[in-house]
Design a protein around this ligand. Structure first.
Ligand SMILES: Nc1ncnc2c1ncn2[C@@H]1O[C@H](COP(=O)(O)OP(=O)(O)OP(=O)(O)O)[C@@H](O)[C@H]1O
Ligand code: SF4
Ligand SMILES: [Mg+2]
Length: 391
């Protein structure tokens, strides 16, 4: 049993909670620029699976950023790159002004940023060492990453256990002596222990019983607000992303197809894939069912829209020149379209191919209005998008 019971998460409970940080006014803490990860395909020399392909986005300090997309689209690969558990094939990961992609894994291990970016994994049973007690597990990053002595580390374990609602008498238990909810709290406490600035949550409740999921989600939302954390929240549960995030990015086959304020994206998705994805939410309008096969992520032609094989609006032109998904460099907080340009390289046939600014303070913005206008002008689709196919 998960003993620290809190009321269930509800839209009212979360939306009523005052935001501790005005994320919209904050500078980017994380700036991702043209990030790619390709895996060599076994037995096919020269072939690569493009798991993460030329992604650019930013996360502001204090912001709750969501990442959604269907299974296999590259969400976990992306967050593992950001936490530097994987080396990128190319691109930049600028965290608080430092390009982490430039540092090799060994170099990153010695950097203070290693303590400042922490991850909560999907399955606490898999991510906890079975030979470590809860106290050992939470203490380890304090000793190894935050450089605390044993006494300070133990004091920090007590503090963070209280923050996550883990009774002190449970700290001497091994993972197999804890419930799913308690193990989830240990995983969260371990991530919080070295005082991170960016907390990455990769499907943090997917392995939990439904009754515990709501409690853990509410805990995460409270901690985020109270501690002023910046969070990257990956989830299959679109309703949860809608409630818990300020902005959201939608991924399809290794690429971000849309990014924007969560409220806007959920109210009026600009990309046909987003529309189909969101239509799966009960009560979110008629269900859009996609026909066609998902195209292969192995050696995808760069000029073809990845969604063309399933898009109800696909035009013959989409296989030659997919609309650009990112407008040029804009300062965070500026209205969409106020800094015209095009995302370098993402769309060979797009406007100009001008390189956008690479300075870390700038935003390679996925511009929803730009995307919409592009679809309307180039393909003559109706805007707002029509309901594509209803049940
Ligand atoms: N180490 C690896 N070697 C080869 N291919 C990999 C590796 N890791 C991931 N992939 C492939 O990269 C693609 C993206 O996988 P990833 O795990 O990032 O997807 P995901 O969006 O997290 O999926 P899910 O929602 O199911 O967790 C998949 O096609 C996967 O098979
Ligand atoms: S209309 Fe064309 S470019 Fe736009 S999402 Fe559909 S297939 Fe892709
Ligand atoms: Mg995953």
């Amino acid at each position: 049993m998960d003993r620290a019971v809190a009321p269930p998460v509800t839209a009212g409970a979360i939306e009523a909670g005052a935001r501790a940080v005005d994320a919209t006014a904050a500078a980017p803490l994380l700036q991702v620029e043209r990030l790619s990860k390709r895996f060599a395909v076994a037995g096919r020399r020269g072939s690569f699976l493009h798991a993460v392909d030329d992604l650019s986005f930013h996360i502001r300090a204090g912001e709750s950023f969501g990442l959604v997309g269907e299974s296999g689209c590259g969400k976990s690969t992306l967050v593992r790159l950001l936490a530097r558990l994987l080396d990128p094939s190319s691109g930049r990961i600028v965290f608080d002004g430092v390009d982490l992609a430039e540092l090799g894994s060994a170099g990153f291990a010695r950097r203070p940023e290693r303590a400042l970016i922490q991850m909560v994994f999907q399955d606490p049973s898999d991510s906890l060492n079975p030979r470590f007690t809860a106290r050992d597990t939470i203490r380890e990053p304090c000793l190894l990453l935050a450089g605390m002595d044993r006494a300070s580390a133990d004091a920090r374990v007590d503090e963070v256990a209280a923050q996550v609602g883990l009774p002190l008498e449970l700290l001497s238990r091994f993972p197999h002596q804890l419930s799913g909810g308690q193990k989830a709290r240990v995983g969260i406490a371990r991530a919080l222990a070295p005082r991170p600035r960016l907390l990455i949550l990769d499907e943090p409740t997917a392995a939990l019983d439904v009754s515990v999921q709501a409690v853990v989600l509410q805990l995460l939302d409270r901690l985020r607000r109270e501690l002023g954390l910046t969070t990257l929240f990956v989830s299959h549960d679109l309703n949860v992303v809608r409630l818990l995030t300020d902005r959201v990015a939608v991924m399809y086959l290794g690429r971000i197809v849309e990014v924007g304020d969560s409220a806007e994206v959920f109210a009026q998705p600009a990309h046909p894939y987003t529309q189909a994805l969101l239509s799966a939410i009960p009560g979110h309008g008629p269900r859009v069912r996609l026909a066609g096969e998902v195209s292969s992520p192995i050696d995808p032609p760069p000029q073809v829209c990845r969604f063309a094989s399933r898009c109800p609006l696909a035009h013959e032109r989409c296989s030659r020149e997919a609309p650009p998904l990112q407008a040029g460099a804009a300062q965070p907080g500026h209205p969409p379209g106020s800094h015209p340009g095009s995302h370098p390289g993402s769309h060979p046939g797009s406007q100009t191919g001008r390189a956008a600014s690479r300075s870390p303070g700038h935003d390679l913005r996925h511009d929803r209005e730009h995307l919409a206008a592009c679809h309307v002008a180039r393909f003559g689709v109706q805007w707002p998008l029509p309901v594509l196919m209803a049940d």
